[in-house]
Structures are given as structure tokens and as C-alpha cells.
Design a protein around this ligand. Structure first.
Ligand SMILES: [Zn+2]
Length: 687
């Protein structure tokens, strides 16, 4: 018996019979062993490869679901952009109308510009009418488009799913919009702006302005007439007569080259100086009784006139009233009787042959008897005193003094009378003008209120936008089994196998794209209308420009809306001067600033992937069970549309033909109507 083995002993037959296939006599691997090892390795490699292929193919379904959700939200993005543009159009059209109406009110306040004001008001009214019909058609169009939105979302997502079917893999699924039904409210969009108040006011303003303008013209004409009689007429005028007849020095006889600085008060001062000079130069004397009477009458007249002129005054007040006394001098016996000249007891009397006789002066050759005090011409007419046979002094003699100089052009009184008449006309016209101006101011204040009211109606609030898909879209994508593994991987080493069925769920929602400038969107929209400012003529050039700047201003925080409107109003500055219109313009600009018309949020929206649970939570669905329900229904549906319907999505085809006219937009001031048509194929295509 031997214990152990001898080293290197080859003699003993100790190989296990089972291993002999793999090991040869020299303890190396047999060919069979090598072949088997190779086979095993290759099988493992191919198994791993097919597992990797299956894994990657299985994971692809999630990408498809993500893309499908994004495609669904894309349709909602398109819709919300349309509503944003329509909203901006509605607001900017309303504002354009109100601002143009405001300009009409401003111009209606200005006499001489009322016709332009009426045109501006009509233009403003027509823009507001345009807006009304635009928002009406737009509301209908948007509601129709919104009704078709679920179908567009489903269609858009279905085409995305279809585009991902490749490599023998077949997907079925679509995106479901949440909320499923519209929760939008477009009634604010179609709220009308009541322009009746402004319209009625503007008409009254124009009436009053015309009255004011006419009164002003009459006032200017009377002033001009007065000035001409005082300084402007040739060869004679009050100024010229005062210089030649009384020899008044320039300091007492001021010349006014135009009526601009002249007033009726200047003529009164001149007349006062004139009669003072004439009176001091007139001493009663004459070569005979007749000359003596003339001289005495002139002196009496000058004295009377000077007293009258000194009692006269001329004050123009700021409220438009004129406080004045411009004395009219008697020009004949009758007018003399009506004046204090008639009753003044200043004529000397003597007693001749027992009766009391009135004389022009005690120097009268007929005044021989003793002096007997003084009497009036009225007393003479009454027979209290007798008429002197020599000087023949009576009211007729006195009345003759001014008769000639009042009736012919070279008389001082002729020009004075013209001035007094002009002053009366001026005073009346000025009072009417002041009254009309006060009424204009009152109406302008009402106009400011009506303007603010219209702005309030406009800024009362925009539409509530919550279309189907506003909270997001949830996509459910199903991959049926039967996706065969590529034969190259399997046929030699593995049994042929199918890719198992799979489901993926994803969700996407709208997020504002901070990089977009809404102003650019609106600017290109405005450009696309192809409107040309040249269509608008007359003083309302710039109307289209105004709308353009207001429209684009709505989407851009850089340009103030109030600034654009105020700029338009400022363009009338050249014609307003210091009128009530100018005041109203300032008030309207203030109202625009105070209305707080901030630019609307015109940032475009873009789809972003979100947590499915967030979208379902917002919609009131329980995450897990809902998804399970979606998934369970999906394979039973033969088409995605059936699937969508089975989940309660109302698919209304409101867009047959692929194009929807959202609204008819009339370009302000042009009468050109542009249909705003949406090509649904751009939104995702409708089957
Ligand atoms: Zn006498």
C-alpha cells in the first residue's frame, strides 16, 4: 500500500472521465472547451447588447412622451399669442380713438378750429366704432378658435407621436389639455367704450366756440374801428385833429401806430387833453354880437365837454367785463336839450324895459340894463326870461356849435362820436365773448371728465385667458409589443424576442419667455398689415402713426403709452395759443398719465416640461389613479381621437379648411379692412 502520490507520477490513470472532454492528456484545454467558452462569452455579449438595445428603445418612449406633451402645449402657445395680439389691438385702438377724440375736444374749444375739431371727433368716433366691430368679430373668432383648441392640441400631439414611429417601433398616444374645457372670459374684450358723452359735449363746445369766435371777431372789428377813428384814418383822425386844432404837444397827444396796444381809454385821455386846451384858449370875445354868441357857445360847449370827459372812464376787467363811461356829446339843439347844458343856470341876464333878458355874455351890445343874475336856456324856452334881440342866444345857437364838427370829417367831434359808437359795440361784444369763453371753459371741464370716463372704461380690465391647455398638457404614449429585436443580434445565439409593451407619461406647460420683446411681435404684426400713413389726409396725418406707437407701446415697457398719446396732443400746440383748448390739452395729458395704462404682458409663452403631478393637481385629478386610468384606456382606443374623447376632451372642429378668420380689422383712418386669418396648419395641423 502507498500513501500519497509520487511526484510526476504519470503512471496512474487518475483523470476524471467527465473532465476529459475539456482537458487533454497534457492538462491543457481541449478544443471543445475553448469552443464552449467562446460560445458562452458571445452569448453573454449578445445578451448584453440586446438588453442594452431593449433598454434604450424602452427609454425612448419617454422622450416621445415629452415631445408629445410639448407639441400639445405648442398649440396653446399659438392660441395665447393670438389672444395677446387681439387684446393689444383692442386696447390700442380704444386708446387711439379716445386720444383722437380728446384732440377733437381740444380743437372744438378753439374758435376758428371747430371744423377741424369736428373732423377729429368724427375720426375718433369712427376709430372707436372700428374697435367695437373689431372686438365683436374677434370675440366670436377667438371663441370659435378656442372651441377648436382641444382638437388642435390632440392633432398636434398625434402628428408628433406619428413622427416618432420608426425602426419598426409603433407608438400610440396624444396630449390631453388641462383644463379640458375653456375657463376664459372674453366679455371684457368686447366692452364698449361709451363716446356719447364726449360726442355731445364736443358739439356743444363747437357751438359755444363759434359764438365765442364771432363775438371775438366783432370785438376785434370794433377795436380796429375805434383805433382807426383815433389814430388810423387819413387825412383826419382824433389824433390829427387834436394836434392841428388844439396844438396839443406829443406828450398829451400820443400816437398809436396799430390797434395792438391801443385802448378806448387812450382816446378818452386825448379828448380830455383836447377840451382842456380848447377851453383855456377860448376867451369870449367878438367883433359883433354874432361872433360874441359863437364864442360864448363854444366856451360853454368846451367846458361842458371837458367836464364830461373828466367824468368818463374806461376799465377792461380780467373777467371780460368793461367798466366804462364814454360820453356822447350833443350835436344839435335836440340833443343839447337832453344834456345838462340846457338846464345849467349860467347865462347872464339883464333887465331891459322891465323884462329879464338872457345874453350870451354881459359884453352883448343889447345888455344895457342892470344885471339880473343868471338863467338857463330851459328857462328861456319856458318864457321865464326873454331872448335878447342882439345876441339872440338860445338853445339853437348852442346846438349849432357841435353840429358842423360832428357831421363832417374834419371835425374833432366827428371822430369822437365814431369812437364812442365803436366802444359801445366793443363792450357788448367783449361781454358776449367773455360769457362764451366761460361757457367753453365749463364745457372743457366736463370734456375732461368724459375723457377720463372713457379711459376708465378702457382700462377696466382685459380678458381672462384660460383656454384648454392653459395649465398644461399631459401626454400618454403607449408602445405596443411586437417590436422585434434586430435579427443580427439574435439569430445566431439567442431566440428571437419582442420588445415588451410600454407606456410613458409626461407633461408640459406654458412659461413666459423672458427673451421675447412683445413690442417686436406687435411691431411686426403692425408692419404685416401693410398700412400706409399716406392714406390718411389732412390734419389727421399721424393718426396711423399714433395707433402704431400705441400698439407697439403696449408690448414694450420702454415706451410710455401716455407719452405716445400726449405726443399726439402736443402736435396741435402751434394752433392752440393760450386758449381754453390749450388748457384742456394739458388736462387731458394729465388724465392719460393718471390713467395708469401700463404696458400689457406681451412676453411670448413657450412650452416647458413640468411634473405631471402639478398639472393633474391643478386640474383636480389624483395623480396615480388618473395616470393608471389614462393608461388603461389607451390600448382600447383605436385612434388617439377616440382616446381623447374617452377622457372627456371635447373635440369640436371649428376650423374646417385649416384657416380661421379671427377678426376683421379696419386700419384706422384708412377704411381698409384686413382679415386676421390664422392658418391652423401653423398651429399644428388639423386632420
Ligand atoms: Zn344879448
Amino acid at each position: 500500500m502507498r500513501i500519497g502520490s509520487r511526484c510526476g507520477d504519470r503512471g496512474a490513470e487518475r483523470k476524471a472521465p467527465a473532465l476529459s472532454v475539456f482537458r487533454d492528456d497534457e492538462d491543457g484545454f481541449t478544443t471543445v472547451a475553448v469552443a464552449l467558452a467562446l460560445l458562452l462569452s458571445l452569448t453573454l455579449v449578445f445578451s448584453a447588447a440586446s438588453a442594452g438595445w431593449v433598454g434604450s428603445r424602452s427609454a425612448e418612449i419617454q422622450n416621445v412622451a415629452d415631445a408629445t406633451a410639448m407639441a400639445g402645449v405648442n398649440a396653446v402657445v399659438g392660441f395665447s399669442t393670438i389672444v395677446q395680439v387681439v387684446d393689444a389691438c383692442s386696447l390700442s385702438l380704444g386708446l387711439t380713438g379716445i386720444v383722437v377724440f380728446g384732440a377733437g375736444l381740444v380743437l372744438s374749444c378753439v374758435p376758428g378750429l371747430t371744423a377741424v375739431g369736428a373732423r377729429a371727433c368724427a375720426a375718433g368716433k369712427s376709430i372707436l366704432d372700428t374697435r367695437t366691430s373689431f372686438v365683436r368679430s374677434a370675440t366670436t373668432g377667438i371663441e370659435r378658435l378656442e372651441a377648436a383648441l382641444p382638437l388642435i392640441v390632440v392633432a398636434n400631439s398625434v402628428s408628433c407621436v406619428a413622427a416618432n414611429c420608426e425602426d419598426g417601433l409603433s407608438y400610440l398616444g396624444c396630449a390631453i389639455p388641462f383644463p379640458q374645457r375653456s375657463r376664459s372670459d372674453f366679455s371684457a374684450l368686447s366692452a364698449e367704450i361709451d363716446d356719447a358723452g364726449m360726442d355731445e359735449l364736443s358739439e356743444r363746445m363747437r357751438e359755444v366756440s363759434e359764438e365765442s369766435g364771432e363775438a371775438y371777431e366783432r370785438m376785434r372789428e370794433a377795436l380796429e374801428r375805434g383805433w382807426r377813428a383815433d389814430c388810423g384814418s387819413t387825412p383826419y383822425s382824433l389824433y390829427e385833429r387834436a394836434g392841428s386844432l388844439a396844438g396839443l404837444p406829443a406828450a398829451e397827444n400820443r400816437y398809436y401806430p396799430t390797434s395792438d396796444t391801443w385802448t378806448f381809454g387812450a382816446a378818452l385821455v386825448r379828448a380830455r387833453n383836447y377840451y382842456a386846451a380848447r377851453l383855456s384858449a377860448e376867451s369870449v370875445q367878438g367883433n359883433n354880437a354874432e361872433e360874441l354868441t359863437d364864442s360864448a357857445c363854444r366856451r360853454a360847449f368846451y367846458e361842458y365837454a371837458l367836464g364830461e370827459m373828466r367824468a368818463g372812464y374806461w376799465v377792461e376787467r380780467d373777467d371780460g367785463s368793461v367798466d366804462a363811461r364814454m360820453p356822447l356829446l350833443p350835436r344839435n339843439a335836440d340833443e343839447t336839450r337832453a344834456s345838462s347844458l340846457y338846464s345849467r343856470q349860467e347865462w347872464p341876464c339883464t333887465v331891459e324895459n322891465g323884462s329879464r333878458v338872457l345874453h350870451c355874455s354881459l359884453s352883448c351890445p343889447g345888455a344895457l340894463g342892470p344885471s339880473s343874475g343868471q338863467a338857463s336856456l330851459e328857462q328861456l324856452d319856458m318864457g321865464v326870461v326873454a331872448r335878447c334881440g342882439s345876441c339872440k342866444m338860445d338853445v339853437g345857437e348852442l346846438g349849432r356849435v357841435a353840429a358842423a364838427s360832428t357831421s363832417i370829417e374834419n371835425g374833432f367831434e366827428y371822430h369822437w362820436r365814431l369812437i364812442v359808437k365803436a366802444a359801445e359795440d366793443y363792450r357788448a361784444a367783449r361781454a358776449e365773448w367773455a360769457e362764451a369763453e366761460a361757457k367753453t371753459k365749463e364745457l372743457a371741464e366736463e370734456g375732461e371728465g368724459a375723457f377720463e370716463g372713457a379711459l376708465d372704461q378702457l382700462s377696466a380690465g382685459g380678458p381672462t385667458l384660460c383656454p384648454p391647455g392653459a395649465w398644461g398638457c399631459v401626454s400618454v404614449v403607449y408602445r405596443s409589443d411586437g417590436g422585434m429585436l434586430p435579427g443580427e443580434l439574435t439569430e445566431a445565439f439567442l431566440q428571437s424576442a419582442d420588445l415588451p409593451a410600454g407606456v410613458a407619461v409626461s407633461a408640459a406647460a406654458l412659461a413666459p419667455d423672458e427673451d421675447t420683446d412683445g413690442g417686436n411681435v406687435l411691431a411686426s404684426f403692425f408692419d404685416s398689415l401693410g398700412a400706409s400713413d399716406s392714406v390718411v389726409g389732412g390734419s389727421l396725418d399721424g393718426l396711423l402713426e399714433l395707433w402704431g406707437s400705441l400698439l407697439v407701446g403696449y408690448g414694450s415697457a420702454c415706451e410710455g403709452i401716455a407719452g405716445a398719446g400726449g405726443g399726439f396732443l402736443d402736435s396741435f400746440d402751434g394752433v392752440l395759443g393760450g386758449t381754453t383748448g390749450s388748457w384742456l390739452k394739458g388736462q387731458l395729458k394729465g388724465a392719460l398719465d393718471a390713467a395708469g395704462l401700463a404696458p400689457v404682458d406681451m412676453r411670448l409663452r413657450k412650452p416647458v416640461l413640468v411634473n405631471t403631478q402639478d398639472v393633474l393637481d391643478q386640474s383636480g385629478y389624483d395623480d396615480v389613479s388618473t395616470v393608471r386610468e389614462f393608461v388603461s384606456r389607451l390600448p382600447d382606443a383605436t385612434t388617439p381621437y377616440e382616446f381623447a374623447r374617452s377622457l372627456g376632451v371635447e373635440l369640436t372642429d371649428g376650423a374646417s379648411g385649416g384657416r380661421v378668420t379671427v377678426a376683421e380689422l379696419e386700419i384706422p383712418g384708412t377704411g381698409v379692412s384686413v382679415p386676421l386669418t390664422i392658418d391652423l396648419s401653423a398651429l399644428g395641423g388639423v386632420p
